[in-house]
Design a protein around this ligand. Sequence first.
Ligand SMILES: *[C@@H]1O[C@H](CO)[C@@H](O)[C@H](O)[C@H]1NC(C)=O
Ligand SMILES: *[C@@H]1O[C@H](CO)[C@@H](O)[C@H](O)[C@H]1NC(C)=O
Ligand SMILES: *[C@@H]1O[C@H](CO)[C@@H](O)[C@H](O)[C@H]1NC(C)=O
Length: 186
Amino acid sequence: MVKSRSEEKIRFGVLDIVRILGGILAFNALLSWWFTSTGTWGYRGRWIDPRYVKFKFSPGYLNLTIAELALYNGSDPKLPIYVAINGSVYDVTKSPGIYGPGGSYHKVSGKDSARVFVTGCLMKEDEFTYDLRGLDQDEAAYDILQWQQYFHNSERYWYVGSVQHDPLTGDPPAPCDHIKYPGRSV
Ligand SMILES: *[C@@H]1O[C@H](CO)[C@@H](O)[C@H](O)[C@H]1NC(C)=O
Ligand SMILES: *[C@@H]1O[C@H](CO)[C@@H](O)[C@H](O)[C@H]1NC(C)=O
Ligand SMILES: *[C@@H]1O[C@H](CO)[C@@H](O)[C@H](O)[C@H]1NC(C)=O
């Protein structure tokens, strides 16, 4: 079969464009590497994370149960790490040193620990819960919103969906007399 000239021309044209674009991208990355030691002009945000791009281009959000959320605690390196705050779930996989095993905030991973984000009472085991009873509700609302916005707007983390709370049973955790966020002057 003989290909028509115009067909060949078009194919050639497309290939050329791909080549030129590839060349420009490679040159851009090279220049960027020269000036900033990164291929992306110093940008390290979530848009260069293939997992974020994939999430952004797939439809819908997660809707987990508390039991499902518990799997994403960082102990299985094949799974992402999730942190939840009063029903909102965030992907924090990018910081395994903080949220993974051995990390300083590992205890909030795979859970909705809204309470500890309000009280900052990290030494008290039963604070790692979404039970907000007994807290100053204005303070709780304010702190929770701040933390949610922090994870929402972070360069490293992103919102992935919601978690449905199981009904609360028993008494709320006892009040905690503490320094808020030990080690920090808050
Ligand atoms: C999540 O699932 C629960 C049932 O498990 C349902 O009641 C709720 O409407 C769902 N929420 C979203 C946002 O899909
Ligand atoms: C942590 O996650 C793993 C799976 O990733 C699960 O098998 C384990 O039970 C979880 N730990 C807790 C305390 O939920
Ligand atoms: C926590 O989430 C529930 C359900 O979405 C909401 O009604 C409540 O106001 C939130 N509490 C705080 C303190 O933000």
